[in-house]
Design a protein. Structure first.
Length: 166
């Protein structure tokens, strides 16, 4: 079957463990990679306990949405969750609205191109280039890293320095 004699001698349990390790280890390493901390505030515990059942709690960190956008997203995400109360939904929306709003923090290493375009007020092309550069060269460590990119205005990045989170 193409397996080495050692693998063949160990049989099916060995193959199952091998497959599990092959797929699980990269996922665990990605999940365990350091992420910026979520901002503290009312509703954080509810947000984390409810929303992390389906995705990483850092998922909204690249967004800068209005209350209406967050309300719509929470409604969409929780439409099949009857056990989440109206109060919990309201707490989640309030937390997201307070911490991930237009003019808020810009999570430069987590944001998608469309979110960077809005947050940094740059062109769609430059936002896509920033994401491509980040993917090829790794996360940005400092404001100086951003200022070196020829397609971004160093002065604009300097003006946003108090809002950019690395």
């Amino acid at each position: 079957m193409g397996l080495t004699p050692i693998a063949e001698s160990r049989g099916r349990p060995f193959r199952i463990v091998f497959l599990l390790v092959s797929f699980a280890v990269p996922l665990v390493l990605a999940w365990a990679a350091p992420q910026p901390a979520l901002p503290d505030g009312p509703g954080k515990e509810t947000f984390v306990s409810v929303c992390s059942l389906c995705h990483s709690p850092t998922a909204p960190m690249g967004k800068q949405w209005t209350r209406e956008q967050w309300t719509s997203k929470v409604t969409e995400m929780l439409q099949e969750e009857p056990d989440v109360t109206r109060e919990e939904r309201a707490a989640i929306v309030a937390y997201l609205t307070a911490n991930f709003k237009p003019g808020g923090k810009i999570y430069i290493n987590l944001a998608k191109a469309a979110d960077l375009e809005t947050a940094l007020e740059i062109s769609e092309k430059n936002a896509a280039e920033l994401v491509r550069y980040r993917g090829e060269n790794g996360e940005f460590k400092s404001l100086e890293d951003l200022k070196k990119l020829p397609f971004l205005s160093a002065a604009r990045m300097e003006s946003l320095k108090d809002r950019i989170v690395f």
